[in-house]
Design a protein around this ligand. Structure first.
Ligand SMILES: Nc1ncnc2c1ncn2[C@@H]1O[C@H](COP(=O)(O)OP(=O)(O)OP(=O)(O)O)[C@@H](O)[C@H]1O
Ligand SMILES: [Mg+2]
Length: 364
């Protein structure tokens, strides 16, 4: 999968810019605050319908502008795809090959992307929601329908939460809660099974990559914990009982306490939780292994590597890991967009773009 050209209008610090990428490594170089990350964010937004930096699209608008427009030509399996996203009056409109998409889920996964920045260390260090986000984004890219499934589940959780906050009599509440619980079980089971399956797939490839990357004998182990259990079949069997048992507690605390919206991925290095014991460098290698693992799985599923976006990552890696990463990208012919500041050593190959105050100029 390749991006050919990319247009930004009124997006972040860009007025109207276009950049034409090459199929190999594209390096964006420039001082701090010039707009390198904004390009990466724009491409990510165009492909996923979401920004990884902000929740509200409004912040992506160039200051004092009222609409932004992102569009570009892509190639997937030798076919050209034209993707555009237009945001105006709090609404976004997305078109694939000029045809409007009704829902986000209609186009997410059309062109796949793997994004990696130093902030991704939060996957190891942060709370369960960060790890759920990683696995959910991955599944959404390769399984059409997963976004709708998650949306449907989240709606049920919202509605059950709303019911828990109302003050009607207990027996009425109990019977209404049973209805929501049936849906939580139905949708939740599908989510749990997919997350578990995909976690197992990632575990296999990421463990291998971690070994190559670190040339150490540490074992990387990632597993999905559903409803607090590693054994998914047991967890699913107990799901209905657990919901019943916790009903009084849910009523008391006025929130849904049971379901995959509270699940977690456990990441172990040599059987010890990476969150507590892994060094900064080990955590970085670990996240890089997960990202490269994701890249590999998307290729297995789709027959092509996704687009790889690396924001400020190279300077954080030691030379061995850096060389491994570059070699991986070059030998696998993965189209990659890398940002770095001018102070860092430049890559020898590929195209080089200078980014300065919202303008992009190709230098090599
Ligand atoms: N909504 C916006 N409208 C206009 N300018 C914005 C908006 N949001 C951010 N900016 C500006 O965009 C500039 C470039 O940001 P960006 O994060 O892309 O920089 P960068 O080149 O990646 O820098 P660094 O090397 O520090 O990571 C910042 O100076 C910021 O003030
Ligand atoms: Mg940046």
């Amino acid at each position: 999968m390749n991006i050919i050209d990319f247009h930004l209008q009124n997006f972040r610090n860009y007025d109207k810019e276009v950049v034409t990428f090459i199929p190999g490594i594209n390096t964006l170089i420039g001082n701090n605050g010039q707009g390198k990350t904004n390009i990466i964010e724009g491409i990510y937004y165009l492909l996923t319908g979401k920004s990884y930096r902000v929740k509200r699209e409004h912040e992506l608008l160039k200051w004092d502008k009222t609409d932004f427009h992102l569009y570009g030509d892509f190639i997937v399996k030798h076919h050209k795809i034209f993707l555009e996203s237009h945001y105006q009056n709090n609404k976004k409109r997305v078109k694939v090959n000029q045809v409007p998409c009704q829902r986000l889920s209609d186009f997410v996964g059309t062109i796949n992307v793997v994004f990696f920045s130093p902030d991704d260390l939060i996957m190891v260090k942060g709370g369960p929601s960060e790890r759920r986000r990683f696995i959910d984004l991955h599944i959404a890219q390769i399984r059409p329908g997963y976004v709708s499934l998650l949306n449907a589940y989240n709606k049920v959780i919202q509605q059950k939460n709303a019911l828990l906050k109302t003050y009607n009599d207990k027996s009425l509440k109990n019977s209404q809660l049973q209805l929501w619980n049936a849906q939580i079980i139905e949708l939740g089971t599908k989510i749990i099974l997919q997350r578990d399956e995909l976690t197992k797939q990632i575990q296999k490839v990421a463990d291998q990559i971690y070994m190559n990357l670190t040339s150490q004998k540490e074992k990387l182990d990632i597993s999905y914990y559903a409803l607090g259990k590693k054994n998914i079949q047991d967890a699913l069997l107990e799901f209905p009982d657990l919901l019943n048992q916790k009903m009084d507690q849910e009523i008391e605390r006025q929130m849904v306490l049971i379901g995959p919206h509270r699940d977690d991925l456990q990441i172990l290095l040599d059987d010890k939780p990476a969150r507590l014991y892994a060094s900064q460098g080990q955590q970085r290698s670990l996240v890089l292994s997960l990202k490269l693992g994701e890249l590999e799985l998307i290729r297995q599923e789709k027959g092509e590597y996704p687009l790889l976006l690396l924001d400020d990552v190279l300077s954080e890696l030691d030379s061995f890991r850096r060389n491994y990463l570059i070699e991986f990208i070059e030998s696998s012919h993965i189209q990659t967009i890398i940002t770095m500041t001018s102070a860092e050593s430049q890559l020898g190959s590929g195209a080089l773009f200078q980014v300065e105050q919202g303008h992009i100029r190709r230098e090599r």
